[in-house]
Design a binder for this molecule. Structure first.
Ligand code: NAD
Length: 420
């Protein structure tokens, strides 16, 4: 059964962010209330047959936050700490993320309170199929298109696509994104978050007085987003990767290292730690290195009031969600550090999810080059929109990204003349 949320309620945080931006751009009354409330919420309690023959009832959610700009989009999370307020907050953030990169989508999110680490593959499949069936009345290519999130992957998406298609009587690949390529997934989806982040870093460099070619980069969290961003900065932009870390620790070599070799080392040994020629460094030290670019790509709340003043990077590309706490933002802004906020910097993933959906609906698939070229256009235009807003209003990039996003949603609501 649902667990109550802990000290900081993420939905309260999400609502506070809306208030701050509404104060800034003068949105009041009913319009502000629309932006602060989810449009539609579904809670489902459903039984799953476990391997030992017992029945267990799970609780799942799907929240569709705002659909003024189009069908809603957002991942599905499997975690013991999932709560309705967390899903509401994540759905709100998806709304702003889709709007800041100008996708024709609203935001949504889903989750199941469960512990997938202690479930067999069969249990996970039965859980997924039953949840998909329970929420099938509110998802679909024209309504709401889920995707992977914490502890869900392309296999989970394949099961959801199959369950939904069984109900319809025909294959509906566009109901979900992040699918295997064989089922209508997109080229380039796997690397899209890291690639999108690398594009925004490249665009921000001249405004931060940085040359990416030969410039130094530190990456916290050498997983999907972080390692791919490092490889693209190295391969395509000539950057020097000098530090990387994971949950076991970090490595540092001021001469730089080959990020592909670090990945091989991590695949072989389970960690970046012990990479030949690099010295050990803690995750905290990595954040404070004198580098041109810092890419936090692991956890939330790692740049705080305590360490913000010690950050020496000139650009922070937030591949992770929520790595910087709001109080630290102002410190970084005063230090003239160019922050590429998460809703912009890691939006490459949802952007290529949008491409996947568009390809599924057309039944016509694009080459990797076409996907990457289109992604590049989206990221460049979105960065420019945020930069211009920040400059015009003399505000930090995060607030500017929210201003761009919320203005677009408000505009859609006004044009429709209804309150979606
Ligand atoms: P991942 O699991 O592939 O990688 C996470 C990495 O962080 C791992 O290398 C892990 O060892 C490391 N890590 C964990 N704890 C750490 C710690 N205490 N200190 C340093 N490193 C630590 O996950 P991912 O998909 O790359 O996601 C990383 C972040 O990017 C998350 O915040 C996620 O929400 C965000 N993000 C990812 C995508 C995507 O498409 N993958 C899209 C948008 C946002």
């Amino acid at each position: 059964m649902p667990k109550e949320t802990a000290a900081i309620n993420p939905f309260e945080t999400a609502r506070r962010q809306v208030d701050i931006v509404c104060d800034l751009i003068g949105v009041e009354g009913g319009m502000r209330d629309i932006l602060k409330n989810p449009k539609r919420e579904l809670t489902v309690n459903f039984p799953v047959r476990m391997d030992d023959g017992s029945l267990k009832v799970y609780t799942g959610y799907r929240v569709q936050y705002n659909m003024a700009r189009g069908p809603t989009k957002g991942g599905i999370r499997y975690h013991p700490n999932v709560s309705l307020d967390e899903v509401r907050a994540l759905a709100a953030w998806m709304t702003w993320k889709c709007a800041v990169v100008n996708l024709p989508y609203g935001g949504a999110k889903g989750g199941i309170i469960c512990d997938p680490k202690h479930m067999s593959k069969g249990e996970n499949e039965r859980l997924t199929r039953r949840y998909a069936s329970e929420i099938s009345m509110i998802i679909g290519p024209e309504i709401d298109i889920p995707a992977p999130d914490v502890y869900t992957d392309s296999q989970t998406m394949a099961w959801i696509m199959d369950t939904y298609s069984q109900q319809k009587g025909y294959s509906v690949p566009g109901v979900i994104t992040g699918k295997p390529i064989a089922l209508g997934g997109s080229e380039g989806r796997n690397e899209a978050t890291g690639r999108g982040c690398a594009y925004t870093i490249r665009e921000a460099a001249p405004h931060a007085g940085v040359r990416v070619k030969g410039g130094t980069v530190a990456v916290q969290g050498y997983g999907n987003a972080g390692s791919i961003c490092a490889k693209i900065l190295y391969d395509e932009q000539g950057a020097k990767i000098v530090a990387a870390s994971d949950s076991k620790g970090g490595i540092y070599n001021p001469q730089g290292f080959n990020p592909h070799a670090v990945e091989e080392h991590k695949n072989k040994t389970g960690s970046v730690v012990g990479f030949p020629g690099a010295k050990p460094i803690s995750n905290e030290e990595l954040l404070e290195l004198k580098v041109d670019v810092l890419v936090p790509a692991a956890l939330e709340n790692v740049i705080t009031k305590k360490n913000a003043d010690n950050i020496q990077a000139k650009i922070i590309g937030e591949a992770a969600n929520g790595p910087t706490i709001p109080e630290a933002d102002e410190v970084l802004y005063q230090k003239k550090i160019v922050v590429l906020p998460d809703i912009l910097a890691n939006a490459g993933g949802v952007t290529v999810s949008y491409f996947e959906w568009a390809q599924d609906i057309q039944g016509f698939f694009w080459s990797l080059k076409e996907v990457n070229d289109r992604l590049e256009r989206v990221m460049v235009q979105s960065y420019e929109a945020v930069r211009k807003e920040a400059e015009a209003r003399k505000i930090n990039n995060r607030t500017a990204a929210y201003v761009v996003a919320i203005n677009r949603v408000v505009n859609a609501i006004q044009l429709r003349g209804i309150y979606p």
